[in-house]
Design a protein around this ligand. Sequence first.
Ligand SMILES: [Cu+2]
Length: 497
Amino acid sequence: MSPSKYLGIPDPFSQHGPDVDHLIDVVHWFMIVLFVGWSIYLTVALIKHRRSANPKASYLGVTNHISSHVEIAVIVIEAVLLLGFAIPLWRERTDKFDKVVAGEHVRVRVIGWQFGWTYHYPGKDGKFGRIDPFQISGTNELGIDKNDPNSADDFTSPILKLPVEVAAILDINSKDVIHNYAIVPMRIQQDAIPGKHDIPMWFTPTKTLETSVVCAQLCGEGHGNMVGTMEVIDQASYKTWADSQSDAALKANMAKSPVALRWHLRCFSADWFAMTLSKHIKVTACSLSLIGLSFLLAQENVTPVQGTESKQDSAKDPQKDLNESDTPEEKEDATAEKIESEDTIKVARPVTSDPVQVYGWIEKVIVAEMKDSLVAKLDTGAQTSSIHAENQQLFERDGKKWVKFIVTDTREEGAKRYEMEAPLSRIVSIKEPGGESQERNVVRLTFKIGTRQIKSEFTLNNRSNMLCPVLIGRTTIKTLGWIDPSRTYLADDKIMR
Ligand SMILES: [Cu+2]
């Protein structure tokens, strides 16, 4: 009889699963023996040493050594459990890892976030693209560097698919807080620690199944929603699925064809061509293809310098711009310069190389904890976002300056008034044409637009005579997507550029 059968845990579906269950059984048997033993001892002690049978207390107490022997036995059994079962099981996990990496396996990166899991597959080339946290955006949620040739056939999936009877190595990481990736039927779990390195865990599924994966670490209010799906399928179906996903990703990336990828592909085809020729011709062909390549690049005006420039642009932290207390004039000049230099490129440059969401020039937004939405104008002519705020009051909290203010819909008479508080980011002075300069408080607020939730700086001012109570400026827009100035309210529709 195994106690683990009565604990409500599902059957094991991994090769090492029965070993874990065996350990659970041994520990539980030991606990049962201890429980029964102690219960008998306590009952006997209560009856034997009751007050009516022993009116006079004994000052000698127990004279035999049975209790010491029992204690030694408990220590020995615990040592056997640790040294004989737990440590060998752990050793098996860690020592075998190199062999697993060397043998046939499937490797997937598992990224936890508040609140869900995303899977990053390396694609047909078996190599993961470089990860750059600064490139994380609404359309590139893992920050996969599209300029890295290894990322060309990488794909992501919202569910984990694995082939049966092939070792699976999962590299666990997190985008925000500490999570714990747990697959109970596989008898395995691992903390997901945000940071530079993925933490690997491995197992071999023995049977096909569809099951849930959970977060086993309290990680925030939505922790309970961190339930994902995992499918173990037969090897042929897995190969078909993985290959088709990889091909589709490669095709999509080729269509977008970032500079580095084009470089890579040109070098690759030149290499292949050269390999088919004889040794002497090979050298000539290589040098020729190199000369041709540089000529081609020079002609197309796609210089490597521009490639790095665009990479730096997309890698730039969008929030950094918001924090900079830059003068608006300087910013304008820089933008103008950039537009001029891009005149030679005939296509519009997207925010990222992925498809981006298109928004109307007017959208509904929900600011902070508000129950009703406010109408927002998306204005690429304005740099910073602003919001209509009444009764602004500065106060101090924990040695920091905060602002208390009231937000309300200026377009509706008697609209609900929301009292808000936020730490003061900075104060800007704004010069109205022909007027005196005015100081305005700037705070960081979270708002929802469509399915996106964004934190952005807002200038608090009186917008009662403006068209909309909220204005979204271009520092925020550039992290959102594209604007279609001929339409309104597109945020809820998935319209992609
Ligand atoms: Cu979690």
